[in-house]
Design a protein around this ligand. Structure first.
Ligand code: ADP
Length: 266
């Protein structure tokens, strides 16, 4: 706990003395620290690709400019680094947008089966490149709910892309969409989407921290796969904005299940 101590003289007609008050500023301190950490993380994440870009520009201004093979290789790495910065900036913008809109009520009527189909189709190049099959389990009837379709698409894109990336090559990712007329957790009708992979799984110690901004289990691997470390933080914010719940279950050596539970009545 952090306290701010305020002292002052009191000089009223019949009372004279010293007034000391204690103000609990722990929460303000914690928010200030989180803000400083966030700025430090963003600066670090942007500086890494920028340093690489500056290095390659200097190399290309030197003798490497004459070597066509080296030049092409450097330009391709520079392209990758620039794309990484681009992804980071778009994820930061998404995060600040969902945070800013946290109090607005999402109001479109969204057909979740249709949205999931579109999302999987959009990710088919990523799945094909890793030789991953996406398996479906959808109810016969359409499942609709009030929400923001762009943001809901972002939830499923992030989760399915992670399942493909971290689940490993030549594997299967399973998507399950189900409805419960009265969900015990939401205490109203709910819809649930499970994204299941059979990858290496996640040690229990990491689970509570996965939705923190920039938290990664293996930073090198995440960066290599084009990750920004913001995907699950964005998912958590969007789910909260829709007044839903987000749950991660994992068994090391067997795989992980990322579940999103959303209220059907808004
Ligand atoms: P990133 O951009 O690094 O993928 P995320 O916020 O999406 O960031 O995920 C945070 C971390 O959680 C990842 O770096 C990875 O270590 C871990 N992770 C996410 N999804 C999975 C998964 N399906 N299987 C194993 N680990 C995962």
């Amino acid at each position: 706990l952090t306290y701010k101590v305020n002292c002052g003289y009191v000089d009223l007609r019949d009372v004279q003395g010293v007034l000391v008050s204690f103000e609990d500023i722990s929460q303000a301190e914690a928010i200030g620290q989180m803000r400083r950490d966030f700025v430090a993380n963003v600066s670090h994440e942007l500086r890494t690709p920028l340093t690489a870009l500056i290095g390659f520009i200097e190399t290309l201004q030197g003798p490497a400019a004459e070597d066509a093979k080296a030049r092409d290789r450097f330009l391709s790495i520079m392209g990758d680094e620039a794309s990484r910065m681009n992804r980071l900036v778009s994820d930061l913008l998404s995060l600040s947008q969902v945070e800013a809109e946290a109090r607005l009520r999402p109001s479109q009527n969204v057909d979740l089966g249709h949205l999931l189909a579109e999302t999987v189709e959009g990710l088919s190049p990523v799945a094909d490149a890793a030789n991953v099959t996406v398996d479906w389990h959808l109810p016969d009837q359409p499942v609709t709910m009030p929400g923001d379709s762009d943001q809901l698409r972002q939830i499923f894109t992030n989760l399915i892309e992670n399942a493909i990336k971290y689940g490993g090559r030549d594997n299967t990712v399973t998507l399950q969409l189900s409805e419960s007329p009265r969900d015990p957790v939401l205490r109203q009708a709910g819809v649930r989407v499970d994204v299941i992979d059979r990858g290496p799984g996640i040690e229990a110690v990491h689970l509570p921290r996965l939705t923190e901004r920039f938290y990664r289990i293996d930073s090198h691997r995440s960066r290599e796969m084009g990750g920004t470390g913001l995907g699950l933080a964005i998912v958590k914010h969007i789910v909260n904005r829709h007044r839903g719940r987000f749950k991660i279950q994992s068994t090391p050596g067997e795989g992980s299940t990322f579940s999103v539970l959303l209220p059907m009545e808004g």
